[in-house]
Write a protein that binds this ligand. Structure first.
Ligand SMILES: Nc1ncnc2c1ncn2[C@@H]1O[C@H](COP(=O)(O)OP(=O)(O)OP(=O)(O)O)[C@@H](O)[C@H]1O
Ligand SMILES: [Mg+2]
Length: 330
């Protein structure tokens, strides 16, 4: 089966203000049809860079981004438009995709107009259907964004994102800007929409607690690299990379963002891509399992550690064994 989305060894470096940030250092990932993949990692680990490359909003320096096995960048204009319609986005900031001077109905219908789907009357009917699908009264079509709450606006963004019946949604921290009380409702809406439409999803969050009830598979990034991936339940029950273990420990604490492992919120400037060693294991300075031999090794490549699982750590074996012995006891 051809993946809906595939990134192959994608690199992206940003230069600016006298510094070089290697935001993506050889990221490879796949989302299969109907699959929900979570991309997690602390602020600055490169998640949005990956999302923007997946959406064709940012060109990689090297490597390939394939939608249905086809390159987005470099496709003919017509083909690019067709491929883009299949992949839609929901971002952190609810107002980003909405025009503050236009009604909600106008914004939801915008992708339909751009892609020439239906007559005006059909587009209006579709807007009403979409508003209902995201739990809003169709009468909201007449409102302006300023007349709605953050949670309602994020529902509008979901309606807009599914307007063209996409096959994949790329959601970059779509609940991080919302009140905690609203976050769960919006996550439930994502679940509902995903199940109803059977679409694939790449769901990005710095908070493992947010994704673990939503996604089939988790990909963990640290400092521009994928350091672990695996099925959600197995990965959360027994992480094979010390960084994932730290992220999990932090997500279990009530104030996860203030926890000691440096899981920072999206609003801080300090990032994981800075201050990591240029050579060798990027997590070494913070790793509780580090041994002297770790500092003598080049970066460890992502390697299989179990069915559907992979980790990039020379000490993964210790964690794999620890997990095996725990499950033997129960
Ligand atoms: N346009 C840009 N110009 C310069 N540096 C950038 C740019 N975009 C991202 N970066 C840098 O690249 C690194 C990765 O950023 P990115 O936004 O992908 O991280 P993230 O994992 O999405 O973080 P967050 O959780 O804060 O959203 C950071 O150090 C960031 O400062
Ligand atoms: Mg981001």
């Amino acid at each position: 089966m051809t993946p809906l989305l595939e990134l192959r060894d994608v690199h992206k470096t940003f230069q600016g203000r006298g510094r070089t940030v290697r935001a993506s250092r050889g990221v490879s990932l796949k989302v299969m049809p109907g699959e929900v993949v979570g991309l997690v990692g602390e602020s600055g680990s490169g998640k949005s860079t990956v999302a923007n490359m997946a959406l064709g909003l940012l060109a990689p320096d090297s490597g390939e981004v394939l939608v249905h096995g086809e390159r987005l960048i470099g496709a003919s204009r017509k083909r690019e438009k067709e491929l883009r319609a299949r992949v839609q986005a929901v971002f952190q900031e609810p107002l980003l995709a909405l025009d503050s001077r236009r009604t909600i109905g106008w914004s939801i219908a915008e992708p339909l107009r751009i892609h020439g789907r239906g007559t005006r009357a059909e587009q209006e009917a579709r807007v009403a259907e979409l508003l209902t699908a995201v739990g809003l009264d169709p009468a909201f079509a007449e409102r302006l964004p300023s007349q709605m709450s953050g949670g309602q606006l994020q529902r509008v963004n979901i309606a807009r994102a599914i307007a063209l019946d996409p096959e994949l949604l790329v959601c970059d921290e779509p609940v991080s800007a919302l009140d905690v009380s609203v976050q769960a409702q919006i996550i439930n809406l994502f679940l509902e929409v995903q199940e109803r439409l059977g679409i694939g999803m790449l769901f990005i969050s710095h908070d493992l607690a947010v994704v673990r009830h939503l996604v089939d598979r988790i990909v963990v990034m640290y400092a521009g690299r994928v350091v672990e991936e695996g099925p959600t339940d197995e990965l959360c029950a027994n992480p094979h990379h010390p960084y994932t273990r730290a992220l999990l420990a932090a997500s279990l604490e009530p104030d996860a963002d203030e926890a000691g492992v440096g899981v920072r919120t999206a609003t801080t400037d300090a990032t994981a891509a800075e201050g990591v060693p240029q050579e060798g294991c990027p997590f070494l300075p913070r790793c509780p399992l580090a041994e002297p031999a770790c500092s003598e090794m080049p970066v460890v490549a992502l390697a299989p550690t179990g069915p559907g699982r992979a980790s990039a750590c020379r000490r993964s074996g210790v964690l794999v064994e620890a997990g095996a012995s725990t499950s033997n006891h129960d």
